[in-house]
Design a protein around this ligand. Structure first.
Ligand code: C5P
Length: 217
């Protein structure tokens, strides 16, 4: 059996790309598969944690992971907030939509002759940044998926979102989204970056959890 180093530890992980509804048959979303978040949830459960996976994706989870399915960023925010006080570690691996349609049409949007369609979008709550300002005993970690200037952008997010750890990963060019492996760099305030080379997402998840546990000790 695996070392139960997360026994008696309550972990919330988010996964997947939120879907923001436009009309009864259409929505806005992104390329996130939920694989990294699901790997983190499974690795945490294998290490003995009490795990809740708040997910917008459908992935296979281990017994011992409580799955809370959500659709929108607002749903995800509500689900995470409801559990935050009784949580020890939160890892936001979800690709949360930054914007949602300002309104959801009750009927399927129709073509209007040869006119285009202008969509009005409003900003979603930043779940991670909110947790960053609320955290007391909790360890709060987020991801930064970047297509360029990976470390510069991720360092800025670490500070702006006020979190304990930012896990930076390069996306695009066949990397990141919907792959079975990944490579990440862990950033923590006042510490040198730690690069974890390309590996299966489950292996990386185990390594990330070890670093988190070390940082909490
Ligand atoms: O989209 P962004 O690069 O800012 O995402 C960085 C981190 O913030 C990720 O962990 C993501 O889950 C989280 N996030 C969030 N709420 C948002 C946007 C992003 O919690 N509205």
């Amino acid at each position: 059996t695996t070392d139960q180093y997360l026994a008696h530890t309550r972990v919330v992980v988010t996964a997947g790309g939120t879907r923001e509804r436009l009309d009864p048959v259409r929505y806005l979303t992104n390329d996130s598969s939920g694989k990294m978040g699901t790997a983190l949830a499974n690795a945490a459960a294998a290490a003995g944690a009490e795990v809740t996976l708040v997910t917008a994706a459908h992935q296979v989870t281990l017994p011992g992971v409580t799955v809370v399915p959500v659709t929108t960023a607002k749903d995800m925010n509500t689900a995470v907030q409801a559990r935050f006080a009784e949580t020890d570690i939160v890892i936001m691996a979800a690709a949360v939509a930054d914007f949602r349609p300002s309104e959801t049409a009750n009927h399927k949007l129709k073509k209007t002759g040869d006119q285009g369609l202008a969509l009005n979008l409003v900003q979603n709550p930043d779940i991670l940044a909110t947790l960053g300002t609320q955290r007391t005993h909790q360890f709060v970690a987020g991801f930064a998926a970047e297509t360029d200037k990976l470390l510069v952008n991720a360092e800025a997010k670490l500070a702006r979102k006020h979190v304990d750890m930012l896990i930076a990963n390069q996306v695009g060019k066949g990397q990141g989204f919907n792959q079975d492996d990944n490579a990440v760099t862990l950033l923590q305030p006042g510490q040198p970056p730690v690069s974890l080379p390309r590996a299966a997402k489950l292996v990386l998840a185990q390594q990330i959890l070890r670093y988190i546990q070390e940082a909490r000790a």
